[in-house]
Ligand binder design. Structure first.
Ligand SMILES: CC(C)(COP(=O)(O)OP(=O)(O)OC[C@H]1O[C@@H](n2cnc3c(N)ncnc32)[C@H](O)[C@@H]1OP(=O)(O)O)[C@@H](O)C(=O)NCCC(=O)NCCS
Length: 334
């Protein structure tokens, strides 16, 4: 007797970003307010990072609350409802429950149940990991529409007295719906990791240390210069490969949207990539700070809303951060 053949999954020809949404907390936190707790100045922070202010969410606003607000806008812009979503992916490192995921609760709140739902831990590269996964899921046949959210409440995991991190991070959420398409809307994802640098950005202590009361709250710590050098020298080649894999020249881009880590990192990448002057570059960091997984969708949302980029244009996006990990792809702006 021959073994019956399994029916293979049937996916869409292509995938694309269908709608985008954002949530920015109301409270604006100035550099001067940050400097009340660290030995620094507004001028130093502006010059070294480009940041003028960031937003912090109120204590009673959770990661899932912010994700929900961004997702509702993304669904509305996609002209879909929660019932149309087959999978929810939340990229975050600040959902304060080891388990269960933020994604499962988010799916429930959006009436997307029984959508598949899971969180991914890829820090500032989490959103681009989610976009790559969702694209493959739509084309591979495991989902028709996927909600991808990048969300962080970094104010909960930053030590306000640590001058190497206190001024960098902010809170917020960005979301996209990724669905089927007749034409390519998401290029190949270039991604990877280098765990030899596992400790250059990390939570200070493990939860076990916290349980055993041997340590204080495990806020994030960062060896800023090591991250800076890695990002400047290693990430531009990854972004270039993502363009080559998509068959796109720098001059074809309607936007360059790197992770909003530091404006000087962005400047160096723009130079190394040889981007023509007419390509707009995301600078959302100035009033948003570094929101890790949320930074790229927040920046794209702003560029769309202020008319810097039009729907249908090509955007090169690259996320990079703790792990160290990275992911990049060219996408068609929704
Ligand atoms: C954090 C960062 C802005 C620091 O800038 P930098 O130019 O590397 O600063 P350095 O650490 O070399 O310090 C330079 C000087 O500023 C001082 N300094 C450090 N932090 C300071 C602060 N918050 N305010 C004022 N001075 C500060 C240092 O003591 C040092 O002084 P010295 O020259 O007298 O020794 C930068 O390294 C960075 O952005 N790194 C990447 C961070 C990042 O993107 N993280 C997220 C990745 S996803």
């Amino acid at each position: 007797m021959t073994t019956p053949q399994i029916t293979p999954p049937q996916g869409a020809a292509h995938a694309r970003l269908v709608g985008i949404g954002a949530y920015r907390p109301e409270r604006v936190v100035t550099n001067d307010e940050i400097c009340e707790r660290i030995d620094s100045t507004d001028q130093w922070i502006r010059e070294r990072s480009g940041i003028e202010s960031r937003r912090f969410a109120d204590p009673d606003v959770s990661v899932t609350d912010m994700a929900e607000a961004a997702s509702r806008e993304a669904l509305e812009r996609a002209e879909l409802t929660g019932a149309d979503i087959d999978a929810v992916i939340v990229a975050t490192v600040t959902h304060p429950y080891q388990t269960p995921s933020s994604a499962a609760l988010l799916a429930h709140r959006l009436d997307a149940t029984p959508a598949a739902a899971f969180d991914i831990s890829a820090a500032c590269a989490g959103y681009c990991h989610g976009v790559g996964l969702a694209s493959d899921m739509v084309r591979g046949g495991s989902a028709r529409n996927v909600l991808v959210v990048g969300v962080e409440k970094l104010s909960d995991f930053t030590d306000p007295t640590d001058r190497s991190t206190a001024f960098i991070f902010g809170d917020g959420a960005g979301a996209v719906v990724i669905g089927p398409s007749d034409v390519p809307g998401i290029g190949p994802t270039l991604w990877g990791s280098d765990g030899s640098a596992w400790d250059v950005i990390s939570q200070k202590h493990s939860w076990i240390d916290v349980r055993d009361h041997t340590t204080e709250w495990p806020a994030l710590r960062m060896a800023g210069q090591s991250v800076f050098r890695w990002a400047v020298w290693q990430m531009a080649p990854v972004a270039r490969k993502a363009m080559e894999a998509a068959g796109i020249e720098p001059g074809d881009l309607a936007a360059f949207i790197p992770h909003q880590a530091n404006n000087r990192i962005t400047d160096a990448m723009v130079k190394q990539l040889g981007l023509p002057e007419h390509v707009p570059v995301a600078r959302d960091i100035v009033t948003t700070g570094n929101t890790s997984a949320a930074s790229i969708p927040l920046a794209m949302h702003r560029m769309l809303d202020d008319g810097t980029v039009a729907p249908g244009g090509l955007a090169l996006q690259i996320g990079f951060g703790a792990g160290l990990v990275y992911a990049a792809q060219v996408v068609v702006v929704p």
